[in-house]
Ligand binder design. Structure first.
Ligand SMILES: C[S@@+](CC[C@H](N)C(=O)[O-])C[C@H]1O[C@@H](n2cnc3c(N)ncnc32)[C@H](O)[C@@H]1O
Length: 562
């Protein structure tokens, strides 16, 4: 087992953009990562996860290439990314065909007849089928692979979607994990191909006559451990590797992801004659090359996958479902933390909520004002200003505020001046654009909760927040973690709901989260680690005082002062 990465830098790694067709005649866009010699080197095909593109495997591919392997990364057809075909037509047998087309491309162009396949989550199920039918695959590596899609879908959606389909229910165009597709065609082809259940997975694993490494994430909510055990037990060459403390989205935990990363590389290398120091060290790719290639691919993706919906429409739709999330215990814990970091709201304080959404923080300020007896006079009112892009959020915020206010007993009406402003925080980023419409030093306290990630240049807003905060004032801001895994939070939100409408709203929220993930992949949104958020805040001139993980450890929250 590899324990460390050596400091030795590999030489130049090149990426060639290539394309080829699958059996249906659709063009696949792919990247070949290599260190110059394409012949006589071992090959690895890395399949993208559902909802992701070849770019998400760039880091892994460059590490493999740095250690003498050639890598083919592709985008699925009828899927996100640069390959041909609309997402609406995505079906799992099509994804199987894409893997076979990739193998054919390598054989036709480079005479390749031995390939290792690495695939993740749902794509592992499709790649496994392709591998089971193809003698060119010499090893199969599954990362958090789905083994029983039927069970996974029931776990996610709290409904037997496939069972209902069999009984005649039709879904039309439906949203599957954040992406719209023809639901009935998707389900029909799923059943026909036998890719939907555990028996089908076991049957494919039994056909695979080569080593199989199955990485199982210890905290996986979507894939059951006992079912993976059964899959692995069905093939004597299969090996189960537990990824400790990891969720289905392994990358949410950088330590677990790093360990997994090394083990995948090692698994790809162990049977291949290669220049890596197999005694325990790996070469690392040049960081500058990796960053440059990442930028190039992100630009290409932005052109290929430009969003069709405006940000205002996107957030309006998202906030409509937010009330479900609000009730989850993880979200309540998050709100309490934000409140604690803000500290007590004093009479006369001016509070800014930048990107206020449905006004939860505004309600917190009202409660704070109410709690303090001194605030029943209007002589020194607290001033709360909420800014947001969407009319939807602002209307909800006002309704919520009025409902809570009505509960305040007569005579103890807290002194609170409440205003909500329709404002695009991106304005300040445009050349000659408006900064925040407030004088320097206006606010005592600023909350900017789960907003920075959705701006193109969050540092511009942070500098403005610094300007409008008074010296000694407090900023509390947060971001979801990179590659966060919200599966547990969403499952808990849905499972605590009682009505059909609530379950539906919870499911819609999960779908919206899929869209956010896609925007993260394409680089429209950027989530920050604890260090990254601390650096952003520090660079804007704030002094960092506390940093925490919250929301089921999927969000970073920092407190800073001016
Ligand atoms: C995840 S929600 C967070 C809402 C609220 N701060 C909370 O923590 O509950 C993100 C919010 O950012 C707002 N937002 C995104 N882009 C914005 C922009 N350019 N200008 C103003 N608000 C924006 C959205 O409308 C949405 O209300």
């Amino acid at each position: 087992m590899i324990a460390t990465i050596s400091k030795a830098k590999a030489g130049i790694i090149r990426t060639d953009f290539v394309s080829y067709s699958n059996r249906a005649g659709l063009r696949l866009a792919a990247c070949l990562d290599h260190s110059g010699e394409l012949r006589d080197r071992p090959w690895v095909i890395v399949a993208p996860k559902y909802g992701e593109t070849k770019k998400s495997n760039l880091h892994l591919a460059y590490h493999l290439a740095a250690n003498g392997l050639n890598v083919l990364r592709f985008d699925h057809t009828n899927h996100v990314g640069e390959s041909e075909g609309p997402m609406l037509d995505f079906v799992l047998p099509g994804a199987v065909e894409d893997v076979t087309a990739s193998l054919n491309f390598l054989t036709a162009n480079f005479g390749v007849d031995r390939v290792v396949i690495v695939a993740n989550s749902l794509s592992a199920r499709c790649a496994l089928r392709a591998a089971a039918q193809d003698h060119r695959v010499v090893k199969f590596i599954s990362v958090a692979g789905v083994v029983n899609l039927l069970a996974t879908m029931t776990e996610i959606y709290r409904e037997d979607i496939l069972g209902q389909y069999r009984q005649g229910r039709r879904w039309g165009i439906t949203n599957f994990l954040g992406l719209e597709l023809h639901g009935d065609v998707f389900l029909d082809t799923l059943i026909q191909s036998g890719l939907h259940d555990l028996a089908g997975t076991i049957s494919d694993v039994q056909k695979l006559q080569v080593p199989l490494v199955w990485f199982y994430a210890e905290r996986d909510t979507w894939v059951r451990r006992d079912e993976v055990n059964r899959v692995v037990a069905s093939n004597s060459q299969a090996r189960l590797v537990l990824v400790e403390a990891a969720m289905h989205e392994v990358r949410e935990n950088p330590r677990a992801a790093e360990q997994l990363f090394l083990e995948i590389i090692w698994s790809c290398l162990e049977d291949s004659p290669c220049p890596a120091d197999v005694a325990g060290k790996l070469a690392v790719p040049n960081k500058k090359l990796l960053i440059e290639q990442n930028r190039r691919e992100r630009e290409r993706l932005r052109r290929a996958d430009a969003p069709t919906e405006s940000e205002t429409d996107f957030w309006s739709g998202y906030l409509q479902k937010y009330s479900i999330l609000e009730r989850s215990s993880d979200y309540q814990e998050y709100l309490r933390l934000v409140g604690r970091l803000c500290g007590p709201v004093r009479p006369g304080a001016a509070v800014l909520d930048a990107g206020c959404g449905t006004g939860l923080f505004g309600v917190w300020v009202l409660h704070e004002a109410w709690k303090s007896g001194e605030l029943s006079s209007l002589t020194e009112p607290v001033v709360y200003v909420g800014l947001d892009l969407t009319e939807r959020g602002l209307t909800d915020a006002m309704a919520k505020h009025l409902t809570v206010r009505q509960a305040v007993p007569p005579g103890v009406m807290p002194g609170l001046q409440y205003s909500l402003v329709d404002f695009d925080l991106l304005d300040g980023e445009k050349p000659g654009g408006r900064g925040l419409p407030f004088l320097a030093g206006t606010f005592d306290l600023i909350c900017c909760s789960l907003v920075l990630s959705y701006l193109k240049r969050p540092q511009v807003l942070l500098r403005e927040l610094h300007r409008v905060l008074r010296p000694g004032g407090i900023l509390v801001t947060s971001s979801m973690k990179p590659h966060c895994d919200l599966s547990v939070i969403y499952r808990d939100s849905i499972s605590s709901q009682v009505t059909v409408e609530e379950i539906d709203a919870g499911r819609n929220l999960l779908r919206a989260a899929g869209k956010i993930k896609l925007k993260e992949e394409i680089g429209h949104y950027a989530f920050f680690s604890q260090n990254e958020l601390a650096t952003l805040v520090g660079d804007a001139g704030f002094k960092l005082s506390e940093s925490h993980l919250s929301l089921g450890e999927q969000a970073v929250v920092v407190k800073a002062t001016k």
